[in-house]
Write a protein that binds this ligand. Structure first.
Ligand code: IPE
Ligand code: MG
Length: 222
């Protein structure tokens, strides 16, 4: 979800206004995804590299996350969204961790759409944690190193409860993955759009799904 800052700058507004508009785009996009019959949606909200931003912007983003978690739960429940959080979100402030735990527990039995929010997430960090876990299991004699296969790695990734990744959309004209779902993107279709994240809406998502439908997926076969 990139482009909040540029969206605000274009309007001569402070960056936080762009992040606020970005939160509205999150609400719109989750609703649209449910309506379009999408099974799972993962949103990259805060990366493990975003800590490099000024403290005041980080505080604004955390404030917005608190607000979102307090205000959106009823709507997410109505939409049948089951929330997941990926990344090292347990390192956030204790009150946010409590809100995240509560949000996941409260929506655990919903089944219309899985919504994963990446918080303090980095794909390399996710892989490092999975490798550490496997190495520990091997050391303890629980896993035979020679038997380690992709499924065993996948089972230890933060996304283990989610279906395979089909389509990755990057907004705001940037053409890189920025440490998002690197393992999971192995055979995903990639779509780079110029739309700034705060402008993303149902039409943008529908267009992305239509573009995905026109792709021919061969998974390395001819
Ligand atoms: C993405 O928008 C939002 C977060 C990383 C939380 P940016 O803040 O990166 O917006 P630009 O790239 O400055 O436009
Ligand atoms: Mg950016």
């Amino acid at each position: 979800m990139d482009g909040n800052g540029r969206w605000a700058k274009k309007r001569l507004l402070p960056r936080i206004a762009g992040h606020r508009a970005g939160a509205e785009a999150v609400r719109r996009t989750i609703r649209a995804a449910g309506e379009l019959g999408i099974q799972a949606l993962t949103l990259y909200a805060f990366s493990s590299e975003n800590w490099r931003r000024p403290a005041s912007e980080i505080a604004d983003l955390m404030g917005l996350l608190r607000l979102y978690l307090r205000n959106e739960m009823a709507e997410l429940e109505r939409e049948g969204a089951r929330l997941h959080f990926i990344g090292n979100w347990r390192e956030f402030d204790a009150d946010i961790v409590a809100l995240l735990e509560e949000a996941a527990a409260r929506t655990a039995s919903n089944g219309r759409i899985d919504v994963a929010i990446a918080l303090n997430y980095g794909a390399q960090d996710e892989l490092v944690r999975a490798v550490r876990q496997l190495a520990g299991e091997a050391r303890d004699g629980l896993v035979d190193p020679a038997a380690i296969d992709p499924a065993m790695i996948e089972a230890r990734l933060d996304t283990h409860a989610l279906p395979p990744l089909d389509l990755m959309i990057r907004t705001s004209g940037e053409e890189r993955l920025s440490n998002f779902l690197l393992w999971q993107a192995a055979y995903a279709e990639l779509l780079f759009v110029d739309t700034l994240w705060p402008d993303f809406d149902r039409d943008a998502l529908a267009a992305a799904v239509a573009a995905f439908g026109r792709r021919e997926r061969r998974y390395g076969g001819r």
